[in-house]
Write a protein that binds this ligand. Structure first.
Ligand SMILES: Nc1nc2c(ncn2[C@@H]2O[C@H](COP(=O)(O)OP(=O)(O)OP(=O)(O)O)[C@@H](O)[C@H]2O)c(=O)[nH]1
Ligand SMILES: C=C(OP(=O)(O)O)C(=O)O
Length: 216
């Protein structure tokens, strides 16, 4: 089964505020972009993902992610994360009405294509399904198969809210890289331990975090 992924990215200057103690104002936008580049690159390297739509108004991120092969969808002004995802899914289905769509966070710098394939294969068994994040309180992926609305409920406690919405909770083995979103310095260290992609490896090396030169 083939999937179109919808990846939301807010303007880089405002992104990743919870990483302020790990990466200063001068570095954080570049780090947020690197996370998105590694996420999009790994998603497009996944055999089941011919198409990635990034919902963003950030000009630099739009250019760099389009260069990797993503389609850029302008954001809904002032709508917030879930409005951006619903809009992205609607735009995708205007072009391809039968598309299976999955929302994926832009902050998965350790993402591995084979692990994403495993999650999407598990999601294909259900009308709607989601993957909890590594912390166990949020969500990193929400999938809707052909003909199903995405109905995104990302944000605080999104695991509980996606579960309450009737989406199936996925728990495939060996998908740590799909669950490891990066919001805090501790998350970044966990992602570095899994092995991050090449864009994040370069930026993180400048942060002088032990092990940050390692990439896959
Ligand atoms: N297109 C779009 N993406 C958003 C919006 N709000 C958040 N996102 C993205 O959704 C994902 C999770 O967002 P948040 O946790 O709110 O923000 P963050 O930048 O990851 O981190 P914090 O600033 O620390 O909260 C990230 O990929 C964000 O870039 C929005 O209004 N529009
Ligand atoms: C928006 C979410 O992610 P984050 O952990 O980046 O806030 C979420 O988990 O629903």
């Amino acid at each position: 089964m083939q999937w179109t992924l919808v990846i939301p990215l807010k303007p880089l200057a405002r992104a990743k505020s919870r990483l302020a103690d790990t990466a200063g104002d001068g570095v954080r936008p570049g780090l947020a972009l690197a996370f998105a580049q590694d996420t999009v690159g790994a998603a497009l390297a996944c055999a089941e993902v011919p198409d990635v739509a990034v919902v963003t108004d950030d000009e630099l991120a739009g250019r760099e992610l389009a260069a990797l092969g993503a389609r850029i969808v302008p954001d809904v002004p002032g709508g917030g994360l879930n409005a951006a995802l619903a809009h992205g899914a609607a735009v995708v289905r205007r072009h391809r009405p039968g598309a299976a769509v999955a929302a994926l966070n832009a902050d998965l710098p350790a993402l591995r294509p084979a692990e994403l394939s495993r999650v999407l294969a598990a999601a294909a068994e259900f009308p709607r399904a989601f993957l909890p994040d590594a912390a166990g309180v949020g969500t990193t992926l929400l999938a809707a198969s052909r003909g199903r609305e995405l109905r995104p409920a990302f944000g605080v406690d999104s695991r509980a809210r996606h579960r309450a919405s009737g989406a199936a909770e996925l728990a495939p083995a060996g998908v740590d890289s799909v669950r490891q979103d990066v919001d805090t310095g501790a998350d970044l260290r966990a992602a570095l331990a899994l092995g991050v992609g090449r864009f994040t490896a370069v930026v993180a090396a400048g942060l002088l975090i032990p092990g940050s030169g390692d990439s896959h």
